[in-house]
Write a protein that binds this ligand. Structure first.
Ligand SMILES: C[S@@+](CC[C@H](N)C(=O)[O-])C[C@H]1O[C@@H](n2cnc3c(N)ncnc32)[C@H](O)[C@@H]1O
Length: 236
């Protein structure tokens, strides 16, 4: 529900800025491919990866996000299966499966996240890699009263706030990106279930995979105590 028409329409207006580095990182692991993006969205990563010659397939639930992908140059040529990415609802095996931009955490229970690892493992070639890029949730344990309001942008025409409540028991973050302007108030709600990198490593082990590499970012920054994100590579 968080990725309807309204969000899809604006999704590519302010790119995250990590696209080139992410694509270079993924291309090295993909080899001849094929690659599978879980939650392909509007193709922010899949399209430039495919443009480098890697055959890319995708899975997503949102017709609106995939419709945006289809309207972009090259977007018609990428096979997309509509469905829940935790099921990895595709035939065949992939040299590279990846899920970026914290999207693994869109699966709201530990069971679903474990199921995702297990289904990915069943679709990896013997030398295949599963790449997860996500936040390190350290900042959430330092919140006052398990909540925050961040001023994301303060302009003359618009103010954008990120408002959230944290539930440490379920490891869920209930968040809304709120836009205030003369035209009105817009809410973009999203719920996520975060996991520490160590919990993801255990999920991988349950699925018969193990951690091959962990970096603090797409540029292969060392992963350390102050890393805000991690890029983790799992394999058999
Ligand atoms: C933050 S966007 C990321 C899109 C793209 N991977 C990127 O990096 O720009 C999250 C995407 O996950 C999709 N999504 C969320 N939960 C899903 C699920 N359980 N199964 C399939 N797609 C899902 C949404 O429809 C949306 O396109």
């Amino acid at each position: 529900m968080s990725f309807g028409e309204d969000v899809a329409e604006r999704y590519d207006d302010s790119p995250r800025g990590d696209e080139e580095a992410a694509v270079a990182f993924l291309e090295r692991l993909a080899g001849e491919g094929p690659a599978l993006e879980l939650a392909i969205g509007t193709g922010r990563i899949a399209l430039p990866l495919a443009a480098r010659g890697v055959p890319v397939h995708g899975v997503d639930l949102s017709p609106a996000m995939v419709a945006r992908l289809r309207r972009k140059p090259g977007g018609e040529g990428i096979p997309v299966t509509m469905g829940d990415f935790s099921e990895v609802p595709v035939p065949g095996r992939y040299r590279l499966v990846y899920v970026v931009f914290n999207t693994l955490f869109n699966l709201l229970t530990q069971d679903e996240q474990v199921r995702c690892f297990e289904n990915v493992a069943a679709h990896l070639t013997d030398d295949g890699a599963f790449v997860v890029e996500a936040i390190v949730p350290a900042y959430l344990v330092r919140l006052r009263d398990d909540q925050y309001v961040d001023a994301e942008a303060v302009g003359v025409e618009e103010v954008r706030l990120d408002v959230a409540r944290h539930d440490p028991v379920t490891q869920r973050l209930y968040e809304s990106h709120v836009s205030l302007s003369a035209t009105g108030i817009r809410l973009n709600p999203i719920v996520t279930r975060y996991a520490w990198p160590s919990e993801l490593d255990l999920m991988a082990r349950i699925a018969g995979l193990h951690l091959r590499e962990r970096w603090g970012g797409w540029e292969r920054e060392p992963f350390c105590a102050t890393s805000r994100v991690h890029v983790s590579v799992y394999g058999r």
